[in-house]
Structures are given as C-alpha cells and as structure tokens.
Design a protein around this ligand. Structure first.
Ligand SMILES: C[S@@+](CC[C@H](N)C(=O)[O-])C[C@H]1O[C@@H](n2cnc3c(N)ncnc32)[C@H](O)[C@@H]1O
Length: 275
C-alpha cells in the first residue's frame, strides 16, 4: 500500500490512514503551531492570540465537528482540546485545487506545483496529529463530494476556504446537509469603501442586493487560487437559504505575515438551524 494518503485498510472506511511523517523538512506549515518536543513552527497565519474569536466563540464540548480545509490542523487540534470530535476534509496531491483557468497562464504547471505543496501541508497535519495524539479523522475528497458515510455532525467550520472554491454555494450545500446544528464561516471583511458603496446601492434600490465580489483579473492573470469575497449580508443569505439563521458575528484581525499590514481583517459568522 502506498504511504500517500491512502484510505483505511478497512475498505468500507472513507477515512484516510494516518500517515507516519517523522521528518519536519517534508512539512509545510500554514498556521504557526507549537509542536510538543519540536517548538514553534512558523506559518504565515498565526491564529493563536484570537483563536476563540476566529472560531466564533462557540462551545465545542461534546460536539461532533466537520472542518473543511484544516491545512496543518492548528484549529483541528485546538477544537479537540476544547472537547470536540473532529472530522476534517481536505485536498490531497491526488485532488486538484480550483485554480483560476486564465487563458494566458500555464495552469497545468501551477496545478502540479500545488499538488506538491498540498502534499507537504498534509504531511504537516499528520506530523502534528501524531505529536498531539489527536483522534481527528480525515477524508480526502473534493468539497462537492462528501460521502454520506461520515454521518451527521453538530458543527461545520469553513475557515477561509470558501474564497478558494469555484462553487462555494454548492460546497456549502453538500456539507451542510449533514450538519445538525451550527455553522461557522470565516471570511474576509469588506473594505470601508466597498461597504459604503454597497450600502448606498441598497438604499437606492427597492430590493436588497446580495453581491459577491469576483477577484480574478484577466489583465494581471492574478490571483490564481482565490475567487471570491463575500459581503457579510450575502453570506447571511446563503446560510438562510440553506436553513441556518445567523446568531452572531465576531470581527478579528489575526496575524498574517504575508499581508502588507501584517494582519488579516476577517469576520466569523455563526449561524444555527432553528430548532
Ligand atoms: C487558506 S487555508 C485555511 C486553513 C484553515 N481552515 C483556517 O481557517 O486557517 C485553505 C484550506 O482549504 C483547503 N482547500 C482548498 N480548496 C479546497 C477544496 N476544493 N476542497 C477541500 N479543501 C480545500 C486547502 O487545502 C487548505 O487546507
């Protein structure tokens, strides 16, 4: 059996067999994470100071959680420490990132490089999984093809992942049909200028509009891996259509070493299925 993210030997299992990764140089860390016995590994995103805000300040005790796109799992292991049982879903080198298909860019080359990057990120997850003695399970599949075998869960977490997916509404629909209770969506906050313009537009029209910003720019052939920016009220409406009512929103600015300001401006929206 290949050591790559193969499914469990129990053929009926949809979960990946934990990969034995012992070499840090084979890992890529997206989140800064403190690894028992190995110290702090630096990634571009450091969520440590505001992790409760990031996760919408919800209670994870005794909850079954589905997390889309855990990267190296900083949030996974944190939610477990808070008493959750976590099932993660991520890409693997066998699955393609939804790269923007610019006409003048060699996207096949980019997709191949991304496979390598994803493999190293998966390695970082399993490296940390072992050190944290985590029980979190992983399915490697597209967000549009969630197998029913995973069963129902109480909470779904979409942390900065919908912006990277070509059809985010479809991914949410596929996942939220398995979700009994709450959902947390973390996305980029609109700028003040965007907010002002959209509010004005809504005041001028009789019906409220629910725009989503399309980020790819043909002239620049950039960005290559990001599609959308969701105004809060559009996200609220997505969730309402799918049967969840917004209960709270937390605004926060985690450290993002790749941003000009060294910070990301985000919102975490929590919504609940009415009982
Ligand atoms: C920007 S990182 C976010 C990591 C983490 N959720 C957080 O909030 O910090 C995006 C994650 O989504 C995953 N991802 C991207 N496209 C995906 C797709 N189509 N299906 C499943 N996961 C995807 C990436 O592999 C990565 O783990």
């Amino acid at each position: 059996m290949s050591s790559e993210n193969t499914k469990s030997a129990a053929s009926e299992s949809v979960y990946a067999t934990p990969k034995e990764v012992t070499d840090l140089s084979e890992c890529h860390f997206y989140h800064t994470i403190d690894l028992p016995g190995h110290g702090i590994q630096k990634g571009p995103f450091d969520l440590r100071a505001g992790v409760d805000d990031y996760l919408g300040r919800i209670d994870f005790r005794g909850k079954r959680v589905f997390e889309l796109g855990p990267a190296n799992g900083y949030l996974t292991f944190y939610m477990e420490q808070q008493g959750a049982e976590v099932v993660c879903c991520d890409l693997s080198p066998d699955l393609e990132w939804d790269i923007v298909p610019y006409n003048a860019t060699d996207t096949a080359k980019i997709i191949d490089r991304r496979r390598e990057h994803i493999g190293r990120q998966n390695n970082a997850f399993w490296f940390a999984h072992r050190l944290y003695k985590s029980k979190a399970k992983v399915i490697y599949t597209s967000a549009y093809e969630i197998p029913p075998e995973i069963g129902k869960f109480d909470i779904a977490i979409f942390g900065q992942v919908l912006l990277h997916i070509r059809d985010p509404f479809r991914a949410m629909e596929c996942i939220l049909r398995h979700c009994r209770d709450q959902v947390v969506v973390v996305e980029t906050l609109m700028s003040r200028k965007q907010n002002f313009v959209l509010k004005l537009l809504n005041r001028l029209q009789r019906e409220q509009t629910f725009p989503v910003f399309f980020l790819p720019r043909g002239a620049k052939q950039h960005p290559i891996d990001t599609w959308w920016k969701f105004p809060e009220w559009t996200m609220e409406e997505y969730l309402r259509v799918l049967g969840f009512e917004k209960t709270s929103v937390v605004y926060h600015e985690p450290i993002h070493h790749k941003a000009k300001s060294n910070k990301a401006r985000l919102y975490s929206m929590v919504a609940k299925r009415p009982s």
